[in-house]
Design a protein around this ligand. Structure first.
Ligand SMILES: O=C(O)CCC(=O)C(=O)O
Ligand SMILES: [Fe+2]
Length: 485
């Protein structure tokens, strides 16, 4: 259960917060009543001097004597009851109980959320001082929007520390400086200037040491690449030259089945080579809801193939996903049939023709750094593969449904060809991963830009090559491509 990777779990968290606040509110009003009893007791004694004479004078009055005895019996009893009630373990809200019962987030989640903010800041070149005011504003084509909350000086300090730990010393310095400014005019002080200054000094020192050591600035530390190579060379905002776009067409596509003659599909070409197209209205809202509901209980942190040779979870892919096969729900079977009509390709998972539907939800800053979908190593490792991999072959094509709109960010980008596909609920993107000789097409390198605002849902279907051999015949020539759908 990781909070920063999926938006759905954040909705639960917001509900948990509501429940806890209700409990705390009951507690506070209860405590206030008891405190009132105690305060009354404290205030009920009229001031009597410490002198023995004065005290003797006080008790000499029978009403005062009576009052004294009443205070020290009934009234004190009430105080005793109040203090006892307040000390009862059941009476005091048990936060650690809530923490485990509601699966409340851990510090690692906060860390992930902070890194997500930093990634968004970097990717969309967000203006830092605007960000501190809760205003997300970039110089790209994304309209600014305002959050209810602002960042405190302590938040800025925390973001600076995270930035520092990633080796982004310059950005860390900016955050620490911003924290100092913020601390100056903070009403409720969240952190002292001294504490911030100490971190600023360290960051400035580290920054200067690196510059001294590394005279050749063209050699960047690896850590720097981790985020920066993300959406290069074109970046998420830059569009490719019009020259590249002029041959791209929108058309009605009739697919590979007479059924589609009656209802051709709106197809928009995004790139000719490799062939990338977005197809509209290929899944209904009702089907989308069903898909989300089926997947929600099973969403798990996404992994990717790592250098270790194993699948791992990391900052490279921050989303949560699960799988849906044709025998798990009739919806998957219906979609399989539809995809077969549209693409002409065999689409059954249980027949080794394609993978099951991978359903994914991206959380705060959720993204997937550019990668290839093909596996390539399949033919080299035939003996080590599981049954499915060995029989199915590589991923000839990717079909990806967009199961949501995304208010800002979240585009699928192909940096080598400058193609940007924007999530549009009910649409899908399709591309060929392999050339016709079966080799991976490196130009299909693609990634998912971080979600700036909204919740992004997608569902992937990877068609496998072996089952398509008669429908999409291969070629010996390494320079032949599938040029169309
Ligand atoms: O979510 C996206 O836009 C791309 C996802 C992707 O590339 C993948 O899951 O392999
Ligand atoms: Fe991919």
């Amino acid at each position: 259960h990781e909070y920063f990777t999926a938006t759905t779990s954040l909705i639960n968290l917001l509900q948990s917060e509501h429940t806890i606040i209700n409990v705390l509110q009951d507690y506070v009003s209860g405590v206030e009543k008891h405190i009132e009893v105690i305060k009354q007791f404290i205030n009920s004694r009229r001031s009597v001097g410490e002198e023995v004479d004065e005290m003797a004078d006080y008790v000499a009055n029978p009403i005062q004597a009576y009052s004294l005895i009443k205070r020290m019996t009934i009234d004190l009893k009430a105080v005793e009851e109040s203090t006892q009630v307040m000390a009862t373990p059941d009476y005091v809200p048990n936060i650690s109980y809530f923490r485990s019962a509601f699966y409340l987030p851990q510090e690692s989640d906060l860390h992930g959320a902070a890194n997500a903010l930093l990634l968004l800041q970097e990717t969309y070149k967000l203006n830092m001082s605007a960000m501190v005011r809760g205003f997300l504003q970039s110089n790209g084509p994304i309209s600014p929007f305002q959050a209810e909350e602002q960042l405190t000086a302590r938040d800025c300090l925390y973001l600076g520390k995270n930035s520092f730990n990633q080796g982004h010393y310059d950005n860390a310095i900016d955050w620490f400086k911003t924290a100092l400014t913020k601390a100056e005019d903070e009403h409720n002080i969240t952190v002292s200037r001294e504490e911030i200054q100490a971190f600023l000094d360290i960051a400035v020192y580290a920054h200067n040491e690196i510059l001294k050591e590394r005279k050749d600035i063209s050699i960047m530390p690896v850590i720097f690449f981790k985020h920066y190579f993300l959406f290069s060379p074109l970046g998420p905002f830059q569009l490719r030259p019009l020259e590249w776009e002029k041959n791209l067409r929108c058309r009605y596509f009739k697919g590979y089945h007479p059924y589609l003659l009656l209802q051709p599909i709106k197809l928009e070409e995004k790139s000719k080579k490799p062939y990338i197209a977005q197809l509209y209205d290929v899944i209904s809202d009702k089907e989308i809801r069903k898909m989300q509901n089926l997947s929600m209980p099973y969403l798990q942190r996404s992994t990717h193939y790592g250098y270790s040779g194993f699948y791992e979870a990391s900052q490279k892919r921050t989303s949560a996903n699960t799988w849906l096969a044709e025998d798990q729900d009739p919806l998957a079977e219906r979609l399989d049939n539809r995809l077969k009509m549209i693409t002409g390709m065999a689409s059954r998972y249980r027949h080794y023709e394609a993978e099951a539907y991978q359903i994914a939800n991206y959380g705060i800053g959720g993204h997937y750094v550019p990668h290839q979908d093909f596996i390539q190593s399949i033919k080299d490792n035939l003996f080590q593969l599981d049954d499915f991999e060995a029989r199915a072959g590589d991923r000839i094509a990717t079909w990806m449904f967009y199961l949501s709109d995304v208010e800002a960010g979240g585009a699928t980008v192909f940096p080598y060809v400058g193609a940007v596909v924007r999530p549009k609920k009910g649409s899908a993107v399709f591309w060929w991963n392999l050339k016709r000789n079966g080799e991976g097409d490196a130009m299909t390198y693609h990634g998912a830009c971080p979600v700036l605002r909204g919740s992004k849902w997608v569902s992937n279907k990877w068609f496998r090559v072996n089952a398509q051999m008669f429908r999409k015949p291969c070629s010996l020539n390494e320079d032949t491509y599938f040029t169309d759908l």
